[in-house]
Design a protein around this ligand. Structure first.
Ligand code: HAS
Length: 542
């Protein structure tokens, strides 16, 4: 891609990897504390470290990496950015960086130990919330740059479907913009006035509801870039074809529609929300599983078609023909395999009765270490192995390729132990988000200890994985031999059907999206307003 767009993408990716290094260290400290064998030095609190870990990995690494990758993907598939799009990209980057620095300083000063979910009743310094506002506004600016490039392309190619990767990136940014309206609502109207002392109380239920209106689509904002790679990039890496352009687009449209009106599945045990609305959102949650099942089907089809074209016969003969020695394929593939149990765990969480068993236990932490910290993150690593050298004018050497595969194996070994222990001990009732305690030597809590030791073993192996990926990243960014690394983009298989233009009719999809959100949230919000606490200091700030 154009060097100037490459610089923009790379700036984002650097920040993402710095966040990975620091957030990973915080993760190591946590598992050690929870094993009961380690005490944090210098009066540093467990929850402060947990906040650093969640914010850096869940919010900073993801947002910066995703925006960087998407800028690159759009520039690659729709052409070099106009100077205005690039300007928006850079403005967004700096505003996000300033915001991240503001929030990070407050966390380090122990003035914002509110965890990565930061809803009330935990209260942080107002600078933390202002920093978050900057991060959101910055991401909107970067997103505007992307949408402007997309609009420009469509103007020049009337009546044609846009390039698949560009379309996917735009869906993801629209999803992000609609989702962040919720978090902007709670930060601007509740948390900021409250931490500035303008009001002395806020409605916790509304704060949590607005957060989860954002918090669930947030996880699909993380997932969709991985799906972009799985659908549109991996086929090219293996030498195959995209199974169906239309199916890929349809699954992204379904994500846009169904990933937002489902936040209540994080609040199933919460009082103050009528069971009917929880039920409705559980039904919608099961709708959002459909595009993932479509993805699984489509990926199997791509792999099988390729393997058979290489002479693989019988039921599974094609499987052996896949390019197992290529880290650009194998690393994300491990992520795909992890997504099968990860997704099954999600279905358990979403089922009302089973949620009563797992909610607020460390099972949920196990779930998102498989989804986000394995499927998504391994795919991001797999993307970096060609994207970083592509952007820095270097190549992925054989040695680094080998190390990348070792890294992924180390990662999956560490994660299987850590996340496996979390799932198991969660079913024995161990709470998430709690420091080490034997609860007065209660027999149940004593039963949890061996699992917590296993978590520490897995977490330590994962930390070795982080050191390995950072080594590879630094090599690819600064030391690998100069050359040209390909930015792979797949072509659609010959027999695939034509892409219907209705999939790109934003008027229809945005209207359906707005309708679904209104149906899912209007009455519950009216109930919350009516039944919430009385006005505080004369303000009716919820
Ligand atoms: Fe989740 C909690 C439900 C997906 C992340 N989730 C969380 C939290 C996070 C998170 C961070 O309903 C904790 C938030 C907090 O701090 O409180 N989740 C779901 C459901 C799905 C799901 C139904 N989650 C994700 C993804 C995440 C993520 C993706 C991050 C990226 N989750 C929940 C619920 C809770 C929750 C409840 C709240 C729990 C509570 O009580 O607090 C679904 O989207 C999953 C669908 C996925 C599938 C799998 C399809 C498989 C594919 C792979 C194909 C493989 C191939 C390779 C081709 C159905 C696509 C084949 C090769 C072979 C060799 C076999």
């Amino acid at each position: 891609i154009d060097r100037r767009d490459g610089k923009l993408a790379m700036a984002h990716i650097y920040v993402g990897f710095i966040a990975l290094a620091l957030g990973g260290l915080a993760g190591l400290l946590q598992v050690l504390v929870r094993s009961g064998t380690f005490t944090l030095p210098a009066g540093i609190g467990y929850y402060q470290v947990l906040t650093v870990h969640g914010v850096l990995l869940g919010l900073v690494l993801t947002t910066f990496f995703i925006l960087g990758f998407q800028h690159a993907a759009i520039s690659r598939t729709s052409g070099t950015y106009s100077s205005t799009s690039r300007l928006f990209g850079w403005l967004g980057f700096w505003v996000m960086l300033i915001g991240t620095a503001m929030s990070a300083v407050m966390i380090l000063l122990n003035e914002a130990t509110v965890l990565y979910t930061f809803y009330a009743p935990l209260k942080a310094h107002w600078i933390f919330y202002l920093g978050l506002t900057f991060v959101v506004v910055g991401s909107w600016l970067g997103g505007t740059g992307m949408i402007m490039k997309y609009a420009e392309w469509r103007k020049e190619h009337r009546g044609e479907p846009s390039p698949l990767l560009t379309f996917m990136a735009v869906i993801n940014i629209v999803l992000w913009i609609v989702a962040t309206l919720g978090v902007a609502g709670t930060v601007l109207f509740q948390l900021l006035p409250w931490s500035l002392g303008l009001v002395d109380r806020v409605d916790v239920l509304i704060s949590r509801t607005l957060f989860w209106y954002f918090g669930h689509p947030l996880v699909y904002f993380w997932l969709l870039p991985a799906y972009m790679a799985w659908y549109a990039i991996i086929p090219k890496i293996i030498g195959g074809k995209i199974f169906s352009d239309a199916l890929a687009r349809l699954s992204f449209v379904l994500f846009l529609l169904f990933s937002i009106p489902v936040g209540f599945h994080h609040q199933l045990v919460e009082p103050g929300i009528d069971a009917f609305w929880k039920f409705l959102q559980v039904v919608l949650t099961f709708m959002v599983v459909i595009p993932s099942l479509m993805t699984a089907f489509s990926l199997f089809a791509t792999f099988e078609m390729y393997g058979r074209s290489k002479g693989g016969s019988g039921l599974f003969g094609w499987f052996k023909k896949l390019p197992w020695g290529d880290a650009r394929f194998t690393v994300p593939f491990i992520g795909m395999v992890a997504f099968i149990p990860a997704g099954a765990g999600g279905l358990i969480n979403a089922s009302n009765q089973m949620n009563q068993v797992v909610h607020n236990t460390i099972w949920v932490t196990g779930h998102f270490h498989l989804t986000l910290a394995t499927s998504v993150v391994l795919t991001f690593f797999g993307i970096s192995y060609w994207l970083v050298p592509h952007l820095t004018g270097r190549v992925l050497t054989k040695a680094m390729n080998k190390m990348a595969i070792v890294q992924a194996v180390v990662w999956s070994a560490g994660m299987s132990i850590m996340s496996g222990a979390m799932h198991a001990v969660g079913l024995l009732g161990a709470p998430r988000r709690s420091s080490f305690s034997t609860y007065g030597d209660a027999p149940q809590a004593l039963d949890w200890i061996p699992y917590q030791v296993a978590q520490a073993v897995g977490g330590t192996i994962l930390f070795i994985g982080i050191i390995l990926v950072l080594y590879i990243f630094i090599n690819l960014a600064f030391f690998a031999p100069k050359g040209e690394e390909e930015f792979p983009v797949g072509e659609v298989a010959g027999g695939a059907e034509k892409t219907p233009m209705v999939l790109e009719n934003w008027k229809i999809w945005l209207t359906v999206l707005a309708a679904l959100i209104l149906i899912a949230y209007t009455v519950p919000f009216m109930d919350m307003f009516q039944n919430g606490p009385p006005p505080s200091k004369g303000f009716k700030v919820w």
